[in-house]
Ligand binder design. Structure first.
Ligand code: ZN
Length: 331
């Protein structure tokens, strides 16, 4: 959507409402009028100009989620209504059986190829520009796709780890995902062809099934033919992607570092996260508690709406485009 359309829609949405200065808590009246006709914008609070004002002061810490990467072709776990579309494998399942690990790696072997080919989008690039111009400081991301770094951002804290690496649960050996992928290719000749044939037989577009963690839906009979990777050091089949699974905790030192960054920030800008999981939501709560203004830009309702002083339900790429322009940031 061109920026002009975003501006027009904003004007229409906010016509007649009182402009909400950053840092001032929500008042209920602004959310009522348009709820039936514009469901995605029902809980918007504040205006794009408020966002410009907030970011223009600098000292902004960004918290990004899956919504920032959807424009790179990596789908969100959750639909626009915030409900979960797929059930990811939990840590307990993965650690609990060789069969689960075989299933995970078979699906991930297929899914990661598309995942790995994803490139940063406008949103990632604009965040980097804002950082280089001094408006944005560290970037805390819930994404495991490495796209902030690929877009040139620095000080990126990967809350949930990265799919670039894998670690052995038995001996702790860390290995690169690319090397692991090559080993899986050597250990599973013809697997990709068998998968492609099976997908074609059911008329499936496999690339459309890839999940935010590179996982994919795969038939059981195919999974049974897959040889999962073994650790090169200890030989066990306990190699795990170095990402935080559901049912697992973000490392304590990472959490503490992020709390510290949020407390020292002038503002927390949430981009494309539904804040449905506590791993990200807790930073919004901490910011709110410490009097640090929270701004949220996303396409869906979020769990942190009550703590936000500014909420815009708008496309991220276009909004960040407009923000960079409004702040006169050089490309
Ligand atoms: Zn090992």
């Amino acid at each position: 959507m061109p920026v002009a359309d975003v501006m027009v829609r904003r004007t229409r949405t906010y016509a007649g409402t009182v402009t909400q200065p950053p840092g001032i808590p929500a008042r209920g009246a602004t959310r009522l009028a348009t709820s039936r006709t514009l469901p995605l914008e029902v809980s918007d609070l504040g205006t794009f100009d408020d966002l410009v004002d907030l970011v223009s002061g600098g000292g902004v810490v960004v918290l990004s989620g899956a919504g920032l990467s959807t424009e790179s072709g990596i789908p969100d776990y959750r639909g626009p209504d915030g409900t979960r579309r797929v059930e990811p494998m939990t840590y307990g399942e993965f650690a609990g059986s060789s069969e689960a690990r075989r299933r995970y790696w078979a699906r991930s072997y297929i899914g990661w190829q598309r995942f790995n080919a994803a490139a940063p989008n406008t949103g990632h690039r604009r965040v980097t520009q804002l950082q280089r111009a001094g408006f944005v400081g560290p970037v805390i991301t819930q994404n495991v796709d490495g796209l902030h770094q690929a877009a040139g951002a620095r000080d990126v804290i990967e809350l949930h780890g990265s799919l670039d690496r894998a670690v052995c649960l038995t001996c702790g050996e860390v290995t690169s995902r690319i090397g692991l992928h090559e080993r899986m290719t050597q250990g599973n000749p013809g697997f990709m062809d068998r998968f492609a044939a099976a997908a074609e037989a059911v008329g499936s577009q496999w690339g459309e099934q890839v999940r935010p963690d590179g996982d994919i839906v795969l038939a059981d009979d195919l999974v049974e033919t897959f040889h999962p990777p073994r650790c090169l050091v200890c030989g066990h089949d306990t190699v795990k992607p170095d990402v935080v699974f559901f049912g697992e905790s973000v490392p304590r030192e990472v959490v503490e570092r992020c709390f510290s960054l949020v407390e020292q920030a002038r503002a927390l800008l949430v981009l494309g996260s539904s804040l449905a999981v506590m791993s990200g939501y807790r930073f919004v709560r901490r910011a709110h508690r410490e009097g640090v203004p929270v701004a949220i830009v996303t396409r869906s309702a979020t769990r942190g709406d009550a703590e936000a002083s500014l909420r815009l339900h708008a496309p991220l790429g276009d909004t960040l485009d407009a923000l960079v322009e409004a702040l006169h940031v050089e490309p």
